[in-house]
Design a protein around this ligand. Structure first.
Ligand SMILES: *[C@@H]1O[C@H](CO)[C@@H](O)[C@H](O)[C@H]1NC(C)=O
Ligand SMILES: *[C@@H]1O[C@H](CO)[C@@H](O)[C@H](O)[C@H]1NC(C)=O
Ligand SMILES: *[C@@H]1O[C@H](CO)[C@@H](O)[C@H](O)[C@H]1NC(C)=O
Ligand SMILES: *[C@@H]1O[C@H](CO)[C@@H](O)[C@H](O)[C@H]1NC(C)=O
Ligand SMILES: *[C@@H]1O[C@H](CO)[C@@H](O)[C@H](O)[C@H]1NC(C)=O
Ligand SMILES: *[C@@H]1O[C@H](CO)[C@@H](O)[C@H](O)[C@H]1NC(C)=O
Ligand SMILES: *[C@@H]1O[C@H](CO)[C@@H](O)[C@H](O)[C@H]1NC(C)=O
Ligand SMILES: *[C@@H]1O[C@H](CO)[C@@H](O)[C@H](O)[C@H]1NC(C)=O
Ligand SMILES: *[C@@H]1O[C@H](CO)[C@@H](O)[C@H](O)[C@H]1NC(C)=O
Length: 423
């Protein structure tokens, strides 16, 4: 009687819980230090939703009286469209952590998690000669970086690395940002040597080098410097879309040349070139790739790729901005996915409309289960039939949860398992 119905409900809830937990993967967001940062959260609006945001169990939205001036806001017009994304202004290292977006409507609470990382990328590397310690030294430094960068030295000739003697100091300031300073003793009897300082970001997506060489010419010492920066990034897109592959120099350059090239497993090709002196663009991929003249004049060499194709355009795009003593190279790994058999496009574009039928199905099944439980209680003599009925429905629940699992990847809300357990 009672027991059989109870057991069936538990089977159904256990199945539901496991599925929901397996599905509740955090969305990872990385923001740049001191920039505004958007943490995504979306839900199906019902007109009576209550949205709350928590950072490690401390409510940050709506603001509580003891948290005035907190830099977080949710757009009210967006909220009515089911967009509960929260904007953190001028994010800093204390903003790192796990956030929970919680939407309550009637007795149901949905939630999703966002994990925020904050990075302060390397913005410059300085190299110079110093005699402050009494020795002739080459000093290399950078500051305001997070997480802490790695520094290493080399020379243009094959100097064994153990003959290079240097000391490196890393400091972190009260905001948590790192400064690095490394001093290398000049090698004696090696006058026209080039010293190269390399600073890598800890995420391995940036490598800066600064090199310094001294030459004595007619009793005058000539020092020359060369700076390069290389970056690595990834873009994923789907077939037929237009996309912009960024390429920006961290410096304000005078005259420069820009070259875009492409490499795939077994072939490589030049896409286009630009010379700021003549303002001439030569494009070998016309119709497919284009450079925007007004951006180029402002020093932005980003490439626009039109109607990307999975076979032709999956590969590495490289831009090379070259100027006097400065060189900037950006590597972007582009992956274009062809539409899959079950139409991935629709899934990413219209989360919400697909979420509605799933919710409706779940709600219907919940009501049905409740009705069956009630019937079981009232009609003891039919307990066998009712038990079988519940079991059958629990299988259907499992199917629809599987569906929602596919749709809710990323920033979507998952039903709160603890709440479900209480109903
Ligand atoms: C987010 O990062 C965590 C830990 O690195 C990882 O387990 C999880 O799969 C990531 N989530 C997504 C959606 O990539
Ligand atoms: C959600 O709203 C924010 C503003 O709060 C906006 O920047 C963002 O693009 C919106 N997201 C979507 C998916 O519409
Ligand atoms: C870091 O710097 C070293 C040079 O010291 C270089 O060989 C290495 O490839 C760099 N690693 C990354 C991930 O940039
Ligand atoms: C180099 O300069 C020093 C002092 O400035 C002078 O004494 C010396 O004669 C100069 N040598 C040559 C080759 O010009
Ligand atoms: C792009 O897809 C690859 C796997 O194909 C994944 O490892 C990577 O994290 C994705 N990058 C972005 C920016 O989504
Ligand atoms: C791509 O850009 C071209 C030219 O700017 C435009 O005609 C086309 O509609 C765009 N396609 C998509 C999918 O946005
Ligand atoms: C750029 O090139 C032009 C023409 O060659 C030259 O006149 C100008 O001085 C250069 N500008 C810089 C900043 O080097
Ligand atoms: C690309 O442009 C050149 C001249 O600018 C033209 O001769 C060539 O036919 C064009 N190719 C395509 C595929 O449009
Ligand atoms: C970038 O271009 C400059 C000038 O053409 C060249 O010296 C340098 O080797 C190039 N760098 C890469 C990584 O291709």
């Amino acid at each position: 009687m009672r027991t059989s119905a109870h057991v069936s409900t538990c089977v159904f809830l256990t199945c539901f819980l496991t599925k929901a937990n397996g599905n509740a993967e955090d969305v990872n967001v990385t923001c740049q230090y001191s920039e505004d940062c958007l943490l995504p959260c979306s839900f199906t609006p019902s007109g009576e939703d209550e949205v709350r945001w928590f950072k490690q169990d401390v409510q940050i939205y709506p603001q509580t009286p003891n948290m005035e001036n907190y830099r977080a806001s949710v757009s009210v017009p967006e909220l009515s469209l089911g967009n509960a994304s929260i904007l953190l202004r001028r994010c800093n290292l204390n903003d790192r952590g796990r956030y929970r977006c919680q939407v309550t409507k009637k007795e149901r609470t949905d939630y999703s998690f966002v994990t925020l990382r904050v990075e302060a990328p390397i913005r410059f590397v300085d190299i110079q000669m110093t005699r402050l310690s009494g020795y002739e030294e080459v000093m290399c430094s950078t500051s305001d970086v997070y997480p802490h960068p790695y520094i290493s030295w080399s020379t243009d000739s094959a100097t064994p690395s153990e003959t290079l003697k240097y000391t490196t100091r890393i400091k972190s300031d009260n905001k948590g940002l790192y400064s690095v300073e490394s001093k290398l003793k000049k090698l004696v009897n090696q006058n026209s040597l080039t010293y190269v300082c390399t600073i890598n970001s800890s995420s391995a997506d940036q490598m800066w080098t600064a090199s310094l060489s001294e030459r004595v010419h007619n009793n005058v010492t000539i020092t020359s410097k060369l700076e390069t920066v290389s970056t690595w990034s990834q873009i994923n897109s789907s077939e037929g879309q237009n996309l912009t592959i960024p390429c920006r120099s961290p410096w304000n350059l005078g005259n420069f040349t820009l070259t875009w090239s492409f490499r795939r497993a077994d072939m490589s090709s030049k896409i286009s070139t630009y010379d700021s002196r003549t303002q001439r663009i030569s494009n070998h991929w016309n119709g497919t790739a284009l450079l925007e003249p007004r951006f180029l004049q402002a020093g932005d060499g980003s490439l626009r790729l039109l109607g990307a194709q999975s076979l032709e355009h999956t590969g590495e795009f490289t831009c090379n901005i070259s100027a006097l003593q400065r060189n900037c190279v950006g590597h972007t790994r582009v992956t274009i996915t062809a539409p899959g058999p079950e139409n991935k496009d629709l899934k990413t574009k219209s989360h919400t409309p697909l979420w509605i039928p799933v919710t409706v199905v779940l709600a219907t099944i919940l009501i049905t289960v409740a009705v069956i439980v009630a019937i079981t209680k009232l009609q003891n003599k039919f307990r066998q039939t009712a038990g079988a009925g519940t079991a059958r429905y629990s299988r259907e629940v499992k199917v629809s949860v599987n569906k929602s699992e596919e749709i809710t990847e990323g920033s979507h809300l998952n039903p709160d398992p603890t709440k479900e357990g209480n109903t």
